[in-house]
Design a protein around this ligand. Structure first.
Ligand SMILES: Cc1cc2nc3c(=O)[nH]c(=O)nc-3n(C[C@H](O)[C@H](O)[C@H](O)COP(=O)(O)O)c2cc1C
Length: 324
């Protein structure tokens, strides 16, 4: 039931993409999602060429299924992008800024290209640049994003870029979300927060436990982030703020952005070293509003399978809603 043209184009069994987690990537998670018939993503943000090469080799040793390598423009690492192309992944994805010539470069390397957007104009620019699929991500999402929610954004992007396939993102953590995305005209979903609480995710247990007990209200926009996160360094960067679970750092910064601005240089250094030391979740545990739907840590394959089965049931049930 749930095979869409996107599945055929990307050689997937299921229309489910595991969104990149940038510095918090796990080759085991990406491989598990791909092996389960979805599309796993390897992140590159703030990572080394060595880590990227190791991850790609590890995923290839675990599955022959397609996978994606993700880049962002916050910051964009030109050398690492070259390494990605050299590794010839089946799919390259980009977030947080216009792709421009990166689409053609990925195509030359034999990869399909997926662009994540948070607005209709950015979606149109990505389609014009030749993207093979577009992720329309609502403000509910974990990590960096815009201000428009998925429910209004997805159908607008579907209309604006047709016939380019659209994947819905933001707030989707179960099969009902997948079914809803398909009804909105999307051909699949890009899921982050649900997969952060996968057994293979490799993030600290304390972060996963917080996700499993959080309510949606606990995942807030970090409004002061542009002052302390690495800046975008490509033209056409999107205006974005991350969403994260509340911590004393997030609450203090949102309450007094002027103080953040005064200490910005030092905070920025602390933040990047916290990311590199695996402690960033103590400051900004990037997580979406769908945390409220996530109550357990499960193997990625179980997440994929139950999402598909539940979506099939939800679509069948919707077909029985009486109409007159
Ligand atoms: C911890 C974390 C890190 C992320 N890092 C990236 C990244 O490096 N590149 C990217 O394209 N998206 C990144 N995202 C966004 C996710 O890939 C995905 O698009 C988003 O989480 C989907 O929304 P959801 O959390 O509501 O499922 C990140 C999200 C989280 C939660």
């Amino acid at each position: 039931v749930l095979r869409t043209p996107f599945c055929d184009r990307f050689a997937l069994e299921h229309p489910i993409v595991q969104g990149s987690f940038g510095p918090w990537s796990s080759a085991e998670l990406s491989a598990a999602v791909s092996a389960a018939g979805g599309l796993g993503s390897i992140g590159t943000a703030l990572r080394s060429a060595r880590a990227l090469r190791d991850d790609v080799a590890r995923v290839r040793s675990l599955t022959s299924a397609p996978f994606a390598v993700n880049h962002t423009v916050r910051p964009f690492d030109e050398e690492l992008f070259d390494v990605t192309l050299e590794l010839t992944p089946p799919v390259v994805s980009l977030a947080l800024g216009d792709p421009g010539d990166l689409v053609a470069r990925a195509h030359e390397a034999g990869a399909l290209f997926v662009q994540q957007v948070h607005s209709v104009p950015a979606a149109v620019r990505a389609a014009e640049a030749g993207a093979d699929a577009i992720i329309a991500q609502g403000a509910e999402a974990g990590g960096f994003g815009g201000s428009v929610a998925a429910l209004p954004l997805v159908p607008q992007v579907v209309d604006a870029v047709a016939p380019v396939p659209v994947l819905a993102a933001g707030g989707i953590a179960d099969g009902r979300g997948l079914a809803a995305a398909l009804v909105l005209g999307a051909q699949g979903v890009n899921v982050g927060t649900r997969f952060l609480a996968a057994a293979e995710a490799g993030i600290p247990a304390a972060w996963q436990e917080r996700i499993a007990s959080a309510s949606s209200d606990d995942a807030v926009k970090v409004d002061f982030a542009p002052l302390v996160f690495p800046p975008a360094n490509r033209p056409g960067a999107y205006d974005v703020r991350p969403r994260a679970l509340t911590t004393p750092f997030v609450e203090a910064g949102n309450a007094d952005p002027a103080a953040v601005e005064r200490g910005a240089a030092q905070l920025a250094t602390e933040l990047v070293s916290a990311v590199r030391a695996g402690r960033a979740h103590e400051l900004v545990p990037f997580t979406g509003q769908s945390a409220g739907l996530v109550r357990d840590v499960r193997p990625a394959a179980v997440i994929v399978r139950s999402m598909v089965e539940e979506a099939e049931r939800a679509i069948a049930a919707a077909g029985r809603i009486p109409a007159r």
